[in-house]
Design a protein around this ligand. Sequence first.
Ligand code: MTE
Ligand code: MO
Length: 536
Amino acid sequence: MHTWRRLWLGGLVGLILTVPLLCILYAGYRRAGLPFIPFNLFDWGTRILPGAVITAGIDTMVRVIHALHLGGTSATAKLAEQSMAIAGFLVTGIILGALFFLLARGRFTIDAGLIVGGLLGLAALLVNRSVSPAGETLPVWRVPWLISLFLAWGAALGWAYRRLIDHDAELPANLGGRSEVERAGRRRFLMRLGGAAAAISFVGALLGRRVSRPGSASRIREGAWSATNPLPNAGAAVKPAPGTRPELTPVSQHYRIDINTVPPTIQQDSWRLKISGLVDKPVEFTLDDLRHREPMEQFITLSCISNTVGGDLIGTTRWTGTSLKHFLPELGLQQDATHLKIRSADGFYEVVALDQVRSDERVMLAYAWDGLPLTTEHGFPLRIYIPDRYGMKQPKWIESIEATDHWEPGYWVTRGWDREAQMKATSVIDTVASNMMVGEPNPQMRVPIGGIAHAGVRGISKVEVRVDGGPWQPAELRTPLSGQTWVIWRYDWPLQRGKHTFAVRCFDGNGAAQIEQDAPPHPSGASGINTRTAMF
Ligand SMILES: Nc1nc2c(c(=O)[nH]1)N[C@H]1C(S)=C(S)[C@@H](COP(=O)(O)O)O[C@H]1N2
Ligand SMILES: [Mo]
């Protein structure tokens, strides 16, 4: 049989067999928390590919999401990643099927298929282990589950090969009418195989549909602090302009950025914070050990270094945790320890200097957001807060802390992002509330314009608005939730008819102006002036 026919048939069979495999893996994932290999493979790829490739990929994705107005950046990006992961898995199946049909010979193709399937099962296990070492449910079932599924896939591939290709090798060539009969037989076989695959896929998809996985307590959002407490600045004189974003971001709307297609699920009972390295002796702490310490509450604005000017990868909530500085004495650090290397369940890591921890008690190991345990997406059970740094310096899903005597680059620093990742000052126009005007425009009429300004923990001393390239005018500043959050500003503009463009800029607490020069997020965070145009 011609090479191209082998490739084509093999690719087709690869696709027909990989779809049901995908659906069954999905059902196992949804029902029992078993590994979903397509996501694992994708995440594994993002960890081993060079940083420049990943960065270019992320940049392109964020830009496409903005250009097409696809909605919330982090949710859309995750969806895009998941789609790519599934597409990649199917393409891999097609390629493997084609290669198998190209290379296989002789009568022992089912055995060959079993060997291929077994090897793929092992590879899947290794990939799964390397990207999610932590507490997915039922780890004992992972091995038989993956090995048997991939063995079945391989055996089916070998069997299909025998039915479609091998047996016609035994026939004398060019028997009149023979090849027509054969082609019809082949088509019938493919139809039957496709039918069986479709049935299995359907059952798998049905089983995987809309069943929530065995939930951890961290999912329940009832009892949020903000549901029953007024904000500390509730009485502030300056009120946000109508249309300004919520001052406290609901946790469900807080952006999420990390290297995982699916966040690691950690079981509280078996989780321990492990302390090792340059310490008198290794120690472990449970989550309750940390919760029983003097709690610390901080309102914090967190931003991703990939956030564009005016983008949605920034949010504010109330963090609860334990000050790392006051926790240090319990770690038994040795004299020569200078840094802490913090490792996460997903393989992410960062290094923080002990000098910084000792000089700033706001550095915190946090276990709650808005009064509730961290959600799975936001780092359950433990994450760190490091003031004034972009999110890339602040690991979620912390598992261990190693005391060392040297600095080393963290996960994103290794991949070409800024070493310090200090948050840049930024200001954004959320709203030009032109719909707040009623009646005919008159000289007293004012249009509320407002938004946020943020400069890490340096605070905001001044926000200014410019209309159509005129002079910069001071805006009013609302008392912020804390010195670590964004500041809401407003400017009540005396209405003029026509089309107008508004620009905003801010100054940090030390009086330093935000950088007006446009810069993309990579490698040190975006800068530039946010503008908005409206008709009156
Ligand atoms: N373990 C782990 N921690 C992580 C990351 C990650 O990929 N893995 N991403 C970091 C980045 S880049 C950001 S912006 C913040 C985002 O936190 P959030 O998703 O809770 O908003 O988490 C940080 N911590
Ligand atoms: Mo980030």
